[in-house]
Write a protein that binds this ligand. Structure first.
Ligand code: GLP
Length: 260
């Protein structure tokens, strides 16, 4: 794991966007793993800017989203389908047929989940997976105690997650209780993972994920087992990191390091 601490949310988003752009420039037909939530909005904004101003090209890439609420039609403003189109897809040049988002309205969840996993495999696997983190340390909708070998499946949301996400809905009762999500095992197969976190309310989850024991109670801690994970945090989200000085020192000393 490598940890990049930026002072502000904007700087954090730009640093993460550079990594995605680098992947895309090196491999124009890369498979991108997309995340929702408020965290990656700045990253998407920066990628859209790069597309407009620096001709960053998405025309050959394929995307797979992490998760979707069960029961929300794609037209629902809080569905992750709607979120992705509004905040990212409609502003860049990814062909519609290359966009995959789990269905929250299928009548056969097991068959859909199996198909989704197969599609990821057929497309060559995910080159770079973007992740946020829930305040209970979850990634995608892999709530505490999700198996590290889990695959795309239906999950019951934790009450903490329902509380956290209630701010996006008119009332708490409107938040879906179930979601379809890539598993921890699915995520760990991505070639490269970037996890983003901002704000003080993520500080505990970030510290537990990066420096705590590897435990299914904090599913983001599974990323400690992944060889290519970069963690991008802003100042407030980094406040509980015991080794923050070391992470900053590594970045400072990098230019002089022997080439690998
Ligand atoms: C949801 C999503 C996660 C996301 C988390 C945090 O639970 N399934 O992918 O990381 O929310 O959201 P936010 O970035 O809004 O704090």
């Amino acid at each position: 794991m490598e940890v990049f601490i930026s002072e502000t949310y904007e700087e954090m988003s730009k640093a993460a966007a550079k990594v995605v752009a680098k992947t895309l420039n090196a491999k124009p037909d890369a498979v991108l793993g997309m995340a929702t939530g408020s965290t990656p909005l700045g990253l998407y904004k920066e990628l859209v800017r790069m597309h407009r101003e620096e001709a960053l090209d998405f025309s050959q890439c394929t995307t797979f989203n992490l998760d979707e609420y069960v029961g929300l039609p794609v037209t629902h403003e809080q569905s992750y389908h709607y979120f992705m189109h509004e905040n990212f897809f409609k502003h860049v040049n990814i062909p519609l047929q290359n966009i995959y988002i789990p269905s929250g309205t299928t009548d056969n969840y097991p068959a859909f989940c199996e198909w989704y996993e197969t599609r990821i495999e057929e497309c060559g696997g995910i080159d770079i997976q973007i992740l946020g983190i829930g305040s209970d340390g979850h990634i995608a909708f892999n709530e505490p105690t999700s198996s590290f070998n889990s695959r795309t499946r239906l999950k019951t949301l934790a009450e903490q997650t329902i509380d956290d996400n209630a701010r996006f809905f008119e009332k708490r009762q409107d938040v879906p209780i179930y979601a379809i999500t890539m598993g921890v095992g699915t995520i760990l197969e991505a070639e490269h993972i970037i996890l983003l976190a901002n704000g003080e309310n993520k500080a505990d989850a970030v510290a537990a994920a990066v420096e705590g024991p590897v435990t299914s109670m904090i599913t983001a801690s599974a990323l400690q087992l992944h060889p290519e994970t970069d963690v991008f945090v802003d100042g407030p989200a980094a406040t509980k990191l015991q080794m923050a000085d070391y992470y900053n020192w590594i970045q400072k000393m990098k230019p002089g390091a022997p080439q690998m």
